[in-house]
Design a protein around this ligand. Sequence first.
Ligand code: HEC
Length: 162
Amino acid sequence: MLKSPKFLWLLIIALLVALGFMVKMFILTGNTIPSKDDRTAILVTEDERTMILGEMRKFLETIQGVTEAIAKGDLKTVEELATEMGQGGDADMSPSLIGKLPIEFKSLGFATHDLFTELGKTATGGDANAVLTGLGDLMLNCTSCHAGHKFVIEGTKEAGGN
Ligand code: HEC
């Protein structure tokens, strides 16, 4: 028999509050602060920032290759580049880094990879205009994420540290 149900209830409530806090921190908000330019600043280590910016440049390189291939009517190359980009990335994301990213950042990031996979499928249809439309739609993910987020190195003055 439980000797002190009241104590147990308090413990359960305290655990739920802690759980709620952790869900908020690690899943919803991440490690963020407001930034002066009206974006959300995500606080990461220098290595994490370097890694993600490297992924970003791969995004841009793929878009460059895709655009050039569409102009040449080479949809086979579009298919290859887009499919490869759809599969790539995210793999070297540590759980710690994933915890720092706010939910909308994660969902936009994953959705962008999926849209590359979709673009690869569209390219197999052979309609260059449909591919261009898909590319334009996909790039809305790039622009909307950039409009709302930036990276700031943890512990720097900008991050609110000393
Ligand atoms: C989920 C959010 C998100 C998505 C989606 C996203 N980016 Fe980024 N990107 C960022 C952030 C945040 C930065 C850093 C901005 C800063 O710190 O000022 C960045 C930076 C960049 C940079 C600069 C890299 C460097 O070396 O400085 C390039 C290029 C870039 N993104 C291209 C793209 C392209 C192209 C796409 C779409 C295919 C894309 N990004 C999609 C969030 C995103």
